[in-house]
Design a protein around this ligand. Structure first.
Ligand code: FAD
Length: 371
């Protein structure tokens, strides 16, 4: 049986389906999703420095960001990067343009109960598969989280024209640090409408404080943004487990993809662009070798950096502003984004770290390495 099953038709499952449709025509592909996370409710933003197969899914592109850190607001050009916004329905529509013309690609509604020898269990029934790309079950030895990203976002309609339609705010630290290392993120649609999101890095297992999040959002909209009267059209909230360690993705005929596969960057909570690159690499491996396992790996030090940052900021929340301030202190955001994309070399990293308290980070790194 040569069937490929993609377990979960969310961001990573759909992205992989499109890349396989372009690269590999030997196997029938079935995407199975139980509908538990409706795509219409999802939007992903991310930065990117190169063209991608699914670029047509982006509804907005920005070439500048705003940051407010250490008491100063700065607008930064993105250099060779662009910041883009992809809505769930648009991603699905663009993916279907690639897969619908291929009769051997199908989409099925079903609940994946588990993975098993030679296939998987869907709605209680065994389904044989040569390869399973799993975004829903996850590896057996999933590493424990090093922290959590807790966020609550309001899509607001403000009476006053307070949002800059051309410039998203990647982080604004004018919010209380009492409930964890926190900032506010603003993704504008136009001068009156934006997603305003309160985001905190907290130790694993910290229960989200809904009241504090809502108070912080109201305070930001009132006192910082000066929104005046506003309506909340939609709310999103989530707790994302952040893992610095790489889970074992490969097991027999299974490759874990998406957030469960460790593609969520532990120091940012972003996964979209990493999933695009991973999908392209999987499809290329399939085409070249007939298996999906020839995947590039970033140097291990980047996972150490993520873990150390999480250790430091979950212990001492005010360090997050110092760290982001150091990374984004250049004329453009490019050095910071290149580092977060794990594409810097050691001398560049040493320069970026120069603005951070060395003793705090070295002690945290030492602790991590001797655990
Ligand atoms: C609210 C929110 C906002 C985010 N915003 C961003 C962002 O702006 N930028 C960014 O880079 N990252 C963002 N992330 C992080 C990350 O990119 C997303 O979580 C992303 O959707 C992960 O992709 P995935 O394919 O691993 O999981 P999902 O996209 O969640 O896909 C999993 C799919 O599997 C289905 N499913 C679940 N269980 C089963 C089962 N047992 N059987 C069958 N189907 C099942 C679900 O219906 C879903 O469609 C965000 C996360 C959340 C929660």
């Amino acid at each position: 049986m040569t069937r490929i099953v993609i377990a979960g038709g969310g961001m990573s499952g759909l992205s992989l389906a499109a890349h396989l449709a372009v690269a590999d025509h030997r196997h029938p592909v079935v995407v199975i999703d139980d509908g538990s996370r409706p795509l219409d409710a999802m939007t992903w933003a991310s930065w990117s420095s190169r063209p991608g197969l699914l670029d047509a899914a982006a509804s907005r592109w920005f070439d500048k960001i705003r940051v407010h850190v250490n008491g100063r607001t700065t607008v930064l050009r993105l250099g060779r990067y662009r910041y883009r916004v992809v809505r769930g329905a648009d991603l699905a529509a663009v993916v279907r343009r690639y897969t619908d013309p291929l009769r051997h690609f199908t989409y099925e509604r079903g609940h994946v109960d588990g993975l098993t020898d030679g296939g998987l269990i869907v709605d209680g029934r065994f389904l044989r598969a040569r390869w399973v790309f799993d975004s829903v079950i996850g590896p057996e030895d999933e590493p424990p989280p090093d922290g959590e990203l807790v966020f609550r976002g309001w899509r607001v309609a403000s009476e006053r024209a307070v949002f800059d339609p051309e410039i998203p705010t990647l982080f604004d630290f004018r919010t209380s640090q009492a409930h964890g290392a926190s900032f506010v993120y603003v993704l504008p649609e136009d001068a009156h409408h934006a997603l305003v999101e309160h985001t905190s890095f907290v130790p694993p297992g910290t229960p989200p404080d809904e009241t504090a999040q809502k108070e912080a959002l109201a305070e930001y909209l009132g006192e910082v943004a000066g929104a005046g009267h506003y309506e909340i059209d939609r709310e999103e909230h989530a707790v994302l487990p952040l893992r610095a360690a790489q889970p074992t993705r490969q097991h027999d005929h299974v490759l874990t993809i998406g957030a469960r596969g460790g593609l969520l960057k532990a120091s940012t909570g972003f996964a979209y662009e990493r999933v695009q690159r991973d999908s392209a690499a999987i499809a290329e491996s399939m085409q070249r070798h007939g298996h999906p396992f020839d995947l590039p790996r970033a140097p291990a030090r980047f996972r150490l950096f993520d873990g150390v940052l999480l250790d430091v900021v979950t212990r001492e929340p005010t360090q997050l502003e110092r760290a982001f301030g150091a990374l984004f202190r250049y004329r453009t955001a490019e050095p910071a984004l290149r580092f977060l994309d794990e594409e810097t070399v050691v001398p560049q990293e040493l320069q970026l770290f120069a603005g951070m308290p060395a003793a705090t980070y070295l002690a945290a790194a030492r602790q991590r390495l001797t655990r």
